[in-house]
Design a binder for this molecule. Structure first.
Ligand code: AMP
Length: 398
């Protein structure tokens, strides 16, 4: 069975084609600058890479180009479109409407477009555009929506509710939904496999630390709490996002800076986080270089990030009543030893024994153990693979 995974953004579209018997990636690539001049597709297949510089006024043309690349005489990996069994689409926000991967029908598209756009205004419209474009170019092919937030649908009300009027929660569905669910699901399952245990036996804290960061408590294979909230603005401070902040401080800032509601949310999403604190960059490589060169605000941003992450680890150990494993994943989790060390040092009281030497070893893309042999808590680095989860869930649904 071959599954095509599509991750559509407003002006970009990434894809991977999986052979599900081996779970190998047959081809992958991405379209950039869709709807903008200078659009191009970078495609890999058959061990080669090709760049197509072609106008892509919309997502439909982009999907057509992707299919042409999959059929290309040189880098193509299929002979006919009939070899693709289904398409899995990444969707960020599900609201309370979708609790698991869902086969696309006209009703499903109606709910996606009419109910979820306001919950994921930056991402969901782009995903829906990608689905519609695929349906036009590949009529009759099964399409599956795989939601980032589905893995968090097992959170109990005491974890997902805000302390607001319950009637307002019911009326407006204002609650915690979480994000990066496919990543948290993947790395928690891989951790159980790696440790030779059943997911049901383990209490794991998964730290997805990238440009967007979230921490999740996975108890017995199920999410019981996560740091992101109604939107991906909540939790720890991130590249450019503020993370958790007192709502009164938000109103105060808006008044002082003369910002509208919408401008204030944009400010909190785009101008804050470690970029705002350091005044240097949202990229942790720049922050590490800055800190090394003596820039105190870079050091402060790094300290804040590790401190806030550590607090979630502790909180979630308490919420689960124990801790067997901490997993680090995503750009920072996989590549920034100083953050991992600052999160784990001081957690000896929870049974963490951190191996500083193992932590400094180069990222070779494999699962790595950062805890000592006598550590009660396993500390692992596991490269995430959200696309594979989407492909698996699409295949399972079929
Ligand atoms: P992501 O959103 O998962 O792509 O993660 C982006 C973040 O990961 C950025 O802050 C980068 O600085 C960091 N990152 C990615 N790759 C590396 C690397 N090779 N070394 C250090 N940091 C990295």
């Amino acid at each position: 069975m071959k599954i095509l995974v599509i991750n559509a953004g407003s002006s970009s579209l990434k894809y991977q084609l999986f052979d599900m018997e081996t779970e190998k990636v047959l081809a992958k690539g991405g379209c950039e600058r869709i709807g903008i001049s200078g659009s191009l597709l970078k495609a890999k297949g058959n061990g080669a890479e090709k760049v197509y510089e072609q106008d892509m006024p919309n997502h439909k043309i982009a999907i057509k180009l992707v299919l042409d690349a999959l059929l290309d005489g040189e880098i193509g990996v299929i002979k006919s479109m009939t070899e693709i069994d289904a398409v899995g689409h990444r969707v960020v926000a599900s609201g309370e409407y979708f609790k698991k991967a869902t086969l696309v029908t006209p009703d499903v598209m109606k709910t996606l477009e009419e109910k979820t756009f306001e919950l994921g205004p930056l991402h969901n419209p782009a995903a829906a555009t990608g689905v519609r474009a695929c349906m036009e170019v590949m009529p009759g092919k099964p399409m599956v929506l795989v939601f980032d937030s589905s893995f968090h649908s097992t959170m109990p009300p005491k974890a997902f509710l805000y302390g607001i009027d319950y009637d307002d929660y019911k009326k407006y569905s204002v609650r915690k939904y979480g994000a990066h669910g496919t990543s948290h699901k993947y790395v928690s399952q891989e951790a159980a496999k790696f440790l030779g245990k059943k997911a049901e036996e383990l209490k794991i804290v998964t730290c997805h630390l990238g440009n967007g960061s979230s921490i999740t408590a996975v108890d017995g294979g199920k999410c019981i709490d996560t740091s992101m909230g109604f939107t991906p603005l909540a939790g720890v401070l991130m590249g450019t996002r503020s993370g958790d902040i007192d709502a009164s401080a938000v109103e105060f800032l808006a008044r002082k800076k003369g910002m509208s509601h919408a401008d204030t949310v944009t400010y909190l999403n785009k101008k804050c986080g470690v970029a705002g604190v350091s005044g240097v960059s949202s990229d942790f490589r720049d922050l590490c270089a800055g800190a090394e060169a003596g820039n105190e605000r870079c050091s402060l941003a790094l300290d804040m990030f590790a401190y806030q992450t550590k607090k979630f680890v502790g909180a979630y150990a308490a919420a689960m009543g124990g801790l067997d494993c901490i997993v680090f994943t995503a750009g920072i989790g996989e590549n920034t030893p100083t953050v991992r060390a600052d999160v784990c040092h001081g957690l000896e009281f929870l049974g963490v024994r951190f191996d500083d030497k193992a932590n400094e070893a180069k990222n070779d893309g494999s699962i790595r153990v950062l805890s000592t042999k006598d550590s009660k808590v396993a500390v692992l680095v596991i490269p995430t693979n959200e696309e594979l989860v989407i492909a698996r869930e699409t295949a399972e649904l079929l």
